[in-house]
Design a protein around this ligand. Structure first.
Ligand code: ADP
Ligand code: ADP
Length: 229
């Protein structure tokens, strides 16, 4: 399946993406993770992206699109993928649509994680990320056994520079202005499914998987459906 996860910063996209991608055996492609890996690696792309990320602004489309184009061309993405954090505006969505159409394919579904602003702020303010493996924790909602240490790999946990209060507010504005219009874009295409992203992580994953199962059993997947008209 070719899937996109959309939702405000802190909605739980990264958290859900790892479970959904593993259930479906498709790669999770997170533009935020790729940018952060470039920042830590000190690459030219990382240096450029960092100035935008620290302010909570979007990295320019041409840079982001070139990066995604390269990633989608890799072998593991040929039979499906789950995009987390891309597209983030309608221009990126249009390019993605064209990119996939040129390969004779298209997106199957877009899952929108729905959660209100207060919850988003609570989630972002307590988010901690592992410096070694990138796994995401929360100081209250999903704390590691030992404070500051990743249970999965023993790595050091840190607070992202862009998870500070002023930047969080700006990122939410950027989401409303630039990313929220994607919801209408994909609703018009008939591939948007809203998922209530409140409550325990496993419950949210269950709701997302129910939407995906509904899709795979749906008439669009029936091989003979075109013959019936
Ligand atoms: P969050 O998980 O909080 O939604 P991400 O990790 O997805 O944030 O992204 C962090 C930052 O990386 C964004 O604020 C932005 O600066 C940059 N970024 C990620 N994806 C994109 C994209 N598709 N277009 C432009 N910038 C992006
Ligand atoms: P996004 O990628 O959308 O920015 P993350 O997956 O990084 O969001 O989640 C943001 C924070 O919220 C993390 O600290 C994560 O542990 C926590 N979180 C994710 N899902 C839930 C949930 N269902 N309930 C409580 N906290 C959650």
């Amino acid at each position: 399946m070719r899937l996109v996860l959309v939702g405000p910063p802190g909605a739980g996209k990264g958290t859900q993406a790892q479970f959904i991608a593993s259930h479906l055996s498709i790669p999770k492609i997170s533009t935020g993770d790729i940018f952060r890996a470039n920042v830590s690696g000190g690459t030219e792309l990382g240096k450029l992206a960092k100035t935008y990320m620290d302010r909570g602004d979007l990295v320019p489309d041409e840079v982001t699109i070139a990066m995604v184009r390269g990633r989608l061309a890799e072998d593991d993405a040929q039979d499906g993928f789950l995009l987390d954090g891309f597209p983030r505006n309608v221009a990126q969505a249009e390019v993605l649509k064209k990119m996939l159409a040129d390969l004779g394919s298209g997106l199957d579904l877009v899952l929108e994680l729905v959660v209100d602003d207060d919850e988003v702020v609570r989630r972002l303010a307590g988010r901690r990320t592992c410096r070694s493996c990138g796994k995401v924790w929360h100081i209250d909602f999903d704390p590691p056994k030992k404070e500051g240490v990743c249970d999965a790999c023993g790595g050091e946990l840190f607070q992202r520079d862009d998870d500070r209060e002023e930047t969080i507010r700006h990122r939410l504005e950027v989401y409303q202005e630039q990313t929220a219009p994607l919801v209408n874009f994909y609703a018009d295409e008939g591939i948007l499914r809203g998922v209530d992203a409140t409550g325990p992580v496993e419950e949210v994953t269950g709701r997302a998987m129910a939407e995906l199962r509904g899709f795979t059993r749906g008439p669009a997947q029936e091989p003979d459906s075109e013959d019936e008209s």
